[in-house]
Design a protein around this ligand. Structure first.
Ligand code: GUN
Length: 290
């Protein structure tokens, strides 16, 4: 079997076009545009690239964006004061604090400081808790983007088995909650798991979110599986690598995401969807991203 490529760029573009139409319609009805604030702390080059991409996405769709570029040395209290200002800003529906922060920052406290109804990253304990209780609110962007890819290819979730490699707060854990919500039997493998290969070989849906090129050899893929590669590692000359041995895995999977051009654009479009969902709720418009 040779896999079909799950093209995140193409799918994200189609969703952005749909969102652009929705924002235009809201503006026609006299509503202000949805607003996203992005806080970038320090000068991490990869973060600067991500933030620029987010601003471009907002412009394309008609979402107002505000960027705060803060010095890496800013102290915790000052950073929290910026979040308080944005929490109180009536033109801002979503707040994203780009990670990584500086080592002296307490990232959990920063996320806790954002109002849950402006937490468009979907990282706040309240929003993750709601997802765990099958009452999704603002959902974590990467898992939300992955679910839309799986929906797009007509995945039959119920009774299928997913293995997720990686148990991070931002991807692995909320990914397992999304799949549970969809009726999937979920295994999460992590750094203490001793039989990751065995777990991977059983997976109808295999998701790797570790950031280690070559972690998943092609022969671990079950014939006909869907393979979602969330890992992104930047090489010496700035090219990107996923976790999965793509060429070999492609010969066994039914569907596979490339890196780059797979999950990344879907994470970005989920951020726009969350910003619009937050705006709809703040403006009293009946609209749901998913
Ligand atoms: N750093 C890398 N990806 C992300 C993301 O999706 N959200 C935030 N807040 N920081 C990131």
């Amino acid at each position: 079997m040779t896999a079909q490529i799950l093209d995140g760029n193409a799918l994200a573009k189609r969703i952005r076009q749909r969102l652009q139409g929705v924002v235009a319609e809201w503006k026609n009805q006299g509503f202000r545009p949805p607003g996203l604030a992005v806080i970038l702390v320090g000068d991490d080059p990869a973060s600067a690239v991500y933030v620029k991409g987010k601003r471009r996405d907002c412009e394309e769709v008609g979402v107002y964006s505000k960027a705060l570029h803060l010095d890496a040395a800013i102290d915790q209290a000052e950073l929290e004061a910026h979040i308080d200002d944005l929490n109180a800003d009536p033109n801002i529906d979503g707040i994203l604090v780009q990670s990584p922060l500086s080592p002296h920052h307490d990232e959990d406290r920063i996320i806790d400081r954002i109002l849950p109804n402006k937490d468009v990253d979907g990282f706040h304990a309240y929003n993750i808790g709601c997802l765990a209780l099958r009452r999704p609110t603002l959902r974590s962007c990467t898992p939300m983007g992955v679910m839309q890819m799986l929906d797009h290819i007509g995945t039959q979730y119920k009774g299928s088995h997913a293995t997720i490699i990686g148990a991070s707060n931002h991807v692995g854990r909320p990914m397992s909650l999304e799949l549970l919500l969809a009726g999937v039997t979920v295994t999460t493998a992590h750094k203490f798991t001793t039989n990751t290969e065995e777990m991977a070989r059983q997976a109808d849906i295999l998701i790797s979110a570790v950031g280690k090129p070559g972690l998943v050899p092609g022969d671990w893929i079950k014939e006909g599986a869907t393979v979602i590669d969330v890992g992104i590692t930047r090489g010496d000359n700035n090219n990107l690598f996923g976790d999965v041995e793509f060429e070999a895995a492609k010969e066994r999977a039914a569907w596979i995401t490339p890196v780059p051009g797979g999950v990344g654009p879907m994470t970005r479009v989920a951020l726009l969807q969350n910003t619009m969902q937050a705006a709809a709720s703040h403006l009293g418009i009946s609209w749901k991203a998913l």
